[in-house]
Every structure is written in C-alpha cells, then in structure tokens.
Design a protein. Sequence first.
Length: 154
Amino acid sequence: MAVAAKGTEQCTIHIVDDDMSFRKAVARLLQAAGYQVHLYESATQLLENLPTPARGCILLDVQMPGLNGPQLQEALVRLGFELPIVFLTGHGDIPTSVRAIKAGAEEFLPKPASKKILLQAIERALQRYDGAHERNVRLSTLRARFSTLTPRER
C-alpha cells in the first residue's frame, strides 16, 4: 500500500470533476491517506473560487460541461497558477494526453486509477510543487539581494 508522504495534512488536493460519486469516492480515499481535500463540480467553480497558493495539486477531469479540463489548465497557466495538475479521465485519448502533458500536467491517468497509481501520481505532483516553490523562494531571495546593490555594484 502506498503511504502519503510526511506533511500530508499540509497538502490540499483540489478535485475537479462533474461526477459527484467519483468526487466523493476519491475524496474519501485521499482523506484516509491524510490529505485535505476540496471538491469542485466544474472547472468554472474552481476558477471562481481560486485556491490560495499552498502546497497541493489539482485532480482534473477532461470532459465536463462548460469549461473542460484542458481549457481550465490553459486558464490556470495564463493566470500564473502553479499547482501541478493530474488528469483523471474516462474519456482520454492520445492527442489530449499529449497536449495536457506538454502544457505541464504531471500525469494523465485513466478512470478508474488504482489507489497505488493515484497516490504515486499525487506524490510526484507534490514533489514537483516543492521543487518549484524552492526555486521561487531562491529566486526571490536573489532578486531582493540584487535590489540592494548600488548602480555601481550592479
């Protein structure tokens, strides 16, 4: 059995899927693994209630009424939103999966994904988030130091 990494209570997994029973089932699985979970029945609902930047990831369905998963991914990229995305879909195809991965998705999994595979994909997404966050902190520190230099020192 895959075990969630230390600090999962500080992680929030955002599940965006129009299938209520699927959302609830995955939420129970992730809560049992120690994650905090927020549920969204549509891509638009997530955009209207954009989560604060914090450690976590988005589990995203591809086909939903209105704004679909890849369209939400594009909107989040345009907004500079940096949570990694794991696609879970019952309607996946190769062109869609390639576009999603090229656009930065961590994983593209078929529904239903096994517990082990899903938890592993989430862990990879969280590691990706941690790496990006660490790089951003280092970059901010360097920028702050650079801004203290005199014009001559620059």
